[in-house]
Design a protein around this ligand. Structure first.
Ligand code: F6P
Length: 342
């Protein structure tokens, strides 16, 4: 078969390991030929691609980012008939199937194309870990490791200066990175969108830590807004898929804490540092397994489906499962973390 691969949406450590897994297994077992579309759906729409022979994926499993490039292009933007363009370009290049590696936006597009008759399989990725159709997404473990190391560093400088440190981590509208990195670093309070604390509650936890002689560490997920925040406390622009482009809550929260408690407070936004760099061993293994399973899915005619992690097994599920519901932090995970606050 001749197969097109693309990586779309925000980059994520492990993308290259997926590509490597697909290409090596496809080459060895099925004698497949591969092309890589450049910059996600943009490359498919504009017929911009590169050949992907086996030698091209040599050694890339440990490298962050994506050798194919990525973008948040949407083939259905502004009423375009994305499926017709994709089909035309696939025919021109004799492409039998597409493997789309991406998050909810990418998988949503993949499903629309599948419904229009395009043979697509999906591989879920996102540092946010917000896809319900898989237990974990690759990239999440790396992001948590990076954030944890940064939080440890912030605690040290906070201790030296007797300051409250407010650290903002990614996650879009869920608090997984905040919950895991905050717990790992022993944060005194973790603020996540699923269980919004009030400003008073945050300050109470900060004060308790302060009164015990600790330099308070507050971890805040980018999508968090305090329960009692006034309207327009935070405003965000929208991206190509109409989702808020988050960033800045820590910088808003730190002065509020400082004003209310009189404790010098500093904000740090970790931002894209959490997404760049090499994948952890865990993420390399998970993404390689998802890649080798994706090529099997193609050869088993599993179009309209995506590979997924359930427990320790790689399975496949309909693409619609990925787009139907967001995986939020559940009550029991919040309860076991929040009992440690203050
Ligand atoms: O979805 C992954 C993610 O890193 C989110 O955590 C974050 O809100 C968003 O992407 C940032 O997107 P961009 O790289 O386009 O600014």
């Amino acid at each position: 078969m001749k197969i097109g691969i693309l990586t779309s949406g925000g980059d994520c450590p492990g993308l290259n390991a997926v590509i490597r897994g697909v290409v090596i297994k496809g080459d060895k077992l099925f004698e497949d030929e591969f092309i890589g579309y450049k910059d996600g759906w943009r490359g498919v729409i504009e017929n911009d691609w590169m050949t992907l022979p086996r030698r091209r994926v040599r050694g890339i499993g440990r490298i962050g980012g994506t050798i194919l490039g990525t973008s948040r292009s949407n083939p259905f933007k502004d009423g375009e008939d994305g499926a017709e363009i994709v089909r035309r370009h696939m025919d021109e290049n004799d492409i039998d199937a597409i493997i789309a590696i991406g998050g909810d936006g990418t998988l949503y597009t993949a499903n629309r194309l599948f419904e229009a008759g395009i043979p697509v399989v999906g591989v879920p990725k996102t540092v946010d870990n917000d896809l319900d159709a898989t237990d974990y997404t690759f990239g999440f473990n790396t992001a948590v490791e990076v954030a944890t190391e940064a939080l440890d560093r912030l605690r040290m400088t906070g201790d030296s200066h007797h300051r409250c440190m407010v650290a903002e981590v990614m996650g879009r509208s869920v608090g997984w990175i905040a919950l895991h990195s905050g717990m790992a670093a022993g944060a005194h309070v973790i603020c996540i969108p699923e269980f919004p604390l009030s400003i008073d509650e945050i300050c109470t936890y900060v004060k308790r830590a302060w009164d015990r002689g600790r330099a308070p560490l507050v971890v805040v997920a980018e999508g968090f807004i305090p329960r009692d925040a006034p309207e327009n406390f935070m405003t965000y622009e929208l991206d190509e898929f109409g989702r808020p482009r988050f960033g800045g809550i820590a910088e808003t929260l730190a002065p509020v804490i400082e004003k209310q408690l009189g404790i010098e407070s500093r904000a740090t936004v970790l931002g894209h540092i959490q997404r760049g760099g090499e994948p952890t061993g865990y993420d390399r293994v998970l993404s390689t397994r998802l890649g080798t399973a994706a090529i099997d899915l193609v050869h088993n005619n599993g179009f309209g489906r995506m590979v997924s992690l359930r427990g320790t097994d790689i399975v496949d599920v309909p693409l619609t499962d990925a787009i139907d519901s967001v995986k939020s932090v559940p009550q029991d995970r919040w309860d076991e973390a929040s009992v440690l606050f203050g």
